[in-house]
Design a protein. Structure first.
Lengths: 271, 269, 275
């Protein structure tokens, strides 16, 4: 009871004493955990470097400006590769995500007991692991190059797309499906006429959204050797060619902004 | 033409939606099914074409027993039963024409339907039906651009293009205003007469049912409580179906409705 | 064809073919897009160099890796895994706390309906910069400036959290119910009181949900920061791949998946509770 009597007058409190105590205790634990974490980070840090950081940052800035503009002529192919990694990766991911999503959605899965958990497992495991880690793994398996990048992006995107898509499938209007079933349509016809038209806008939105993210991710895949503009970034960093680094960063920034603009435009046109 | 024998449905939750219903509908008869919400009207209609699997009893359409059919035979049987829905249940992102043609899905193969290459006589029939309900000019509009009454007319076309022997109609007017409701009911009944179709119409508007149909069946808690001509619906009968309430106003409304242009078969009154 | 729809009569249409109206009305644009995308795909596939013999060799290794998931090795590099995982978790917790704490004032400032224009512009600029820069690139720069170790990772994740959370918080505040906030203002409340009573109750549940989601993302990101020397499990994982120790790599990946699943489960519970 938030209202209590004290010295004959009614006193209103937002929480009872017990509740307040629990809350304070919770905050205390939270603060303690945070301080412990900070302690750990602090122990692992060479503070001498940190105090020196402003000078180093200034130094890097000085060396990185102005960017080496003429280097851009060597960036054409890496940019093309980056675009391909993102686009082809997204396309492959969509092809694989559609069946997974249909198997994972409660209302379309053939078996809620066996197949659905399997589909959900595929979704969570591909989604939890960053595309850079997939790239590392694929490079160890099939060697460095653009192909590894495409596959890494594709695998990472399956779970993401399938998750959003199966949520869209579970939200469809069931009576439309019922109406098509009532005409004597076969299972596949029900799919094509009753379900697909309903999820098509969501599908297009997801595709463009993920493509935008994939452009961002594919710009850095080269850091581990999976092709694209990241390769040039890594090479320039290795030789401390800061003017080249700054140019590459500018190009990446432009690509990211451009892809966000394109995806916003396309989504606006579809929905 | 349609015979239900001891049709029963018990849901997994234990709710008995239908208790051994026996019903016979001859060819060309339009029948209104009335009853309170939860009486099992929707379940009964859906058990006939097995959108809901009945748990007992038999459904005979002419000489065919529906409840024992396999998947393929069931689809062929469903082609003979057109269905019209409460919220129209059009596929909203498809065009009007695609929605009408989807009634032929049971007759054409998957790839044909996928490529929208329907046989010419189906396309012609779709145009004829749209013309009959006055929506020819809407053929290439998307279904979600239509008003409620227009959508329901497209739904009727979709059911009729199946070339059915029987129409299953689930609350066709529940989402419509009173005037459109009458137009839709009149259209359904006219079309049934033109084509000699039997129909079961679920409806909760008793007065509307009385205006248009020749036989009324009252359902209560999954069992038939009343079966007779609309004139026999007295306030006592309504009380047994729906429970205690002042029914005089509902019944009298029918007599007051003479200002509405009456469809020709309403003369029975 | 499309212009004449209104005047069509039944007689004109019978016996005619029917076609679904195309999605893109303009035939020139439609064909240009079709041919353009086809041309792009051909060009893209043509320029990808795939060393098929290498891929074929790799399939066997891929099989080994899949098999490694059935017998993950948590033990032989146990100490490294433990240390890396702890560092990832520590970075995640610290960066989430700091990031969320900073993104609340910035989110307030980036909402046009409660912040004055200069503040709004500054806050929006911070959000834009943070969102445009990738975590891993920020990490590279911060490692160059602050040296190797979890501090760079912590700063990276905090910075990324600010961009993510402030933007969503600001959008949420801009979409809130005006009437409720006005009612509080009408009572003569000060600005902070107004935020506390009029705005906070409306956006808090979603803020908590988004924060939980960000914790999840931060953990996933912390797993790769080690690749560029910014601390966390990534370095251990990288070493495992380099040495072809698939069973150790599988163990680490399973741990990551497990923790992400646990976090999702936890955030589901918390979200259900605050709403």
């Amino acid at each position: 009871m938030p209202v209590s009597e004290r010295n004959g007058t009614q006193v209103w409190q937002r929480r009872t004493q017990g509740e307040s105590l629990v809350r304070w205790f919770g905050w205390l634990i939270g603060v303690a955990v945070f301080l412990y974490c900070w302690q750990q980070i602090s122990d692992a840090t060479t503070w001498f470097f940190v105090w020196d950081a402003p000078r180093i940052a200034g130094d890097i800035w000085e060396r990185a400006t102005p960017p080496r503009w003429e280097y851009i002529t060597q960036l054409g192919r890496p940019i093309w590769d980056t675009l391909n990694i993102a686009t082809l990766g997204t396309l492959i991911a969509l092809c694989l995500a559609v069946p997974v999503a249909f198997l994972a959605a409660r209302n379309t899965t053939p078996s809620a007991l066996f197949i659905r958990p399997l589909a959900l497992l595929i979704i969570v495991s591909t989604r939890s692991i960053n595309s850079l880690i997939w790239a590392l793994l694929l490079i160890a398996i099939i060697g460095p190059g653009v192909f590894a990048g495409v596959v890494a992006i594709a695998i990472r995107s399956i779970g993401f797309c399938a998750k959003l898509l199966y949520e869209a499938i579970e939200e469809i209007d069931h009576t439309q499906v019922e109406a098509i079933t009532a005409t004597g349509a076969s299972r596949w016809q029900v799919m094509a006429y009753g379900i697909v038209p309903q999820i098509l806008p969501a599908f297009a939105g997801i595709a463009v959204f993920r493509w935008d993210i994939n452009i961002r991710e594919s710009t850095v895949l080269g850091l581990v050797g999976a092709g694209g503009i990241g390769l040039q970034l890594q090479a320039s960093l290795n030789v401390l060619a800061w003017p080249q680094v700054s140019l590459i960063l500018l190009v990446i920034l432009a690509a990211v902004i451009l892809s966000e603009w394109v995806s916003a435009k396309v989504r606006g046109a579809i929905i | 033409m349609l015979r239900l024998k001891k049709l029963a449905k018990t849901y997994r939750t234990g709710d008995k939606a239908l208790r051994d219903v026996d019903l016979e509908v001859p060819t060309g008869q339009v029948l209104a099914l009335i009853g309170p919400s939860g009486a099992g009207k929707s379940t009964m209609i859906r058990c006939i074409n097995r959108l809901v699997e009945p748990t007992g009893g038999e459904v005979w359409v002419d000489d065919l027993e529906i409840t024992r059919l396999g998947a393929g035979a069931l689809r062929r049987a469903r082609r003979q039963m057109g269905m019209i829905f409460q919220e129209y249940a059009l596929v909203e992102r498809l065009t009007v024409m695609e929605n009408v043609l989807s009634g032929r899905l049971g007759y054409v193969g998957f790839w044909r339907s996928f490529a929208r290459k329907y046989p010419q006589h189906d396309v012609d029939e779709a145009f004829r039906l749209l013309d009959r309900v006055g929506l020819l000019h809407m053929a290439d509009k998307r279904a979600d651009e239509l008003s409620g009454g227009q959508r329901q007319r497209v739904g009727i076309c979709r059911a009729l293009i199946q070339n059915p022997k029987l129409l299953l109609v689930d609350e066709p007017t529940a989402s419509l205003d009173p005037k459109t409701s009458r137009q839709i009911m009149r259209l359904i009944c006219e079309l049934c007469e033109e084509r000699g179709l039997a129909a079961i119409i679920n409806i909760h508007d008793v007065a509307l049912a009385q205006m248009f149909v020749s036989r009324v069946v009252g359902l209560r808690a999954g069992a038939i409580e009343f079966d007779g001509p609309p004139e026999a619906l007295t306030s006592d009968v309504l009380t047994t179906i729906y429970g205690e309430e002042d029914w005089e106003a509902t019944i009298r409304k029918v007599d007051d409705d003479e200002d509405v242009p009456a469809p020709d078969f309403e003369g029975a009154e | 064809m499309s212009g004449t729809i209104a005047h069509r009569e039944l007689g004109d249409l019978l016996g005619r073919q029917w076609r679904k109206p195309p999605f893109i009305r303009n035939p020139w644009l439609r064909w240009a897009l079709l041919i353009g995308s086809f041309g792009y795909l051909v060009a893209a596939f043509a320029t990808i160099e795939v060393n098929w013999s290498r891929v074929y060799e790799g399939l066997e290794r891929g099989g080994q890796f899949v098999l490694a998931f059935t017998s993950p090795d948590f033990v032989s590099r146990g100490a490294d895994i433990w240390k890396g995982m702890m560092e990832s978790i520590v970075m995640t917790v610290a960066a989430s706390v700091v990031g969320i704490a900073i993104s609340i004032p910035i989110g307030l400032g980036a909402a046009r309906n409660i912040a004055p224009l200069p503040v709004y512009l500054v806050c929006r600029a911070i959000v834009a910069i943070s969102r445009a820069l990738q975590e891993i690139i920020v990490a590279i720069l911060l490692v160059a400036i602050f040296g190797f170790g979890p501090l760079a990772g912590f700063l990276t994740l905090s910075f990324a959290t600010i961009g993510f959370l402030s933007k969503l918080l600001a959008e949420d505040i801009e979409a809130m119910d005006r009437a409720q906030a006005e009612a509080i203002r009408a009572s003569g409340a000060r600005w902070l009181q107004w935020i506390n009573y009029g705005v906070q109750p409306q956006v808090l549940p979603r803020l908590i949900g988004l924060s939980m989601y960000r914790v999840d993302i931060n953990f996933r990101e912390s797993a790769i920061l080690g690749l560029v020397g910014a601390g966390g499990i990534g370095a251990t994982l990288n070493t495992a791949f380099d040495r072809y120790e698939y069973d150790t790599a599988a163990a680490i990946l399973l741990l990551i998946i497990g923790i992400v699943m646990a976090l999702e489960y936890l955030s589901g519970i918390i979200r259900a509770k605050v709403q």
